[in-house]
Design a protein around this ligand. Sequence first.
Ligand SMILES: O=C1O[C@H](COP(=O)(O)O)[C@@H](O)[C@H](O)[C@H]1O
Length: 229
Amino acid sequence: MKITYCKDYQNMSQKAAQIIFDEVMHKKDLLFCAATGNSPTGMYAEMAKNKAAFSEMRVVKMDEWGIIPLSYPDSCESYLEKHLLGPLEIPSDRYTSFDTASEKVQEECIRMQKFIQESGPFDICILGLGKNGHIAFNEPADSLEPDFHKAILAPSTIQHDPALSQGEEPAYGLCVGMRDILQSKKIIFLVTGKGKEAAIRQIMEGKITTQCPASFLWLHPNTDCLIVE
Ligand SMILES: O=C1O[C@H](COP(=O)(O)O)[C@@H](O)[C@H](O)[C@H]1O
């Protein structure tokens, strides 16, 4: 993992977007696995300044909250529409998504895994860091899931979106698994935001542990980790 310290969020966003511009020059129809949250928002805005570069890029939604409708403004779907798909004018035939309604969970996980097997690996995977060291919704645990799966969310993840704690079911999410993250040709790991100091310290120890899923990025040969100082 190559670590680059950035002087501020804007600087991180610009550097990350530049990496993506360089990649899309070589492969216009690259398969892009898109994270949501605050970390990539500035990078998507930078990408939108040169949207012509993305006229063939294909996008896959990385994760989604399980107990809020896709139409809800805080869903990952709405976020991607607002910050990535809309501004870059990515049409629906170049966007692969999934529904998290409870009766569909099993079939959606199977469908997404089949899609990744047939169309993958991802050319670029964007990741943010959870306060507890998670990536996507791969939460700290004794073992990690390789495939696209339903994940029971940790309390710190649920608190990320207060609407989630109002649900009656245990909050869950659907997300891409660790194998497909680690098989991505390139990973851009954006580390910014309050409350992540302990997770950053754990990553920087350089040890691999399922209790800090982000630590597995040390095993990946082409990860750019951009950290706001
Ligand atoms: O819970 C989550 O948090 C991380 C980080 O979010 P951010 O708002 O600080 O960028 C996010 O990358 C992840 O997808 C989500 O599960």
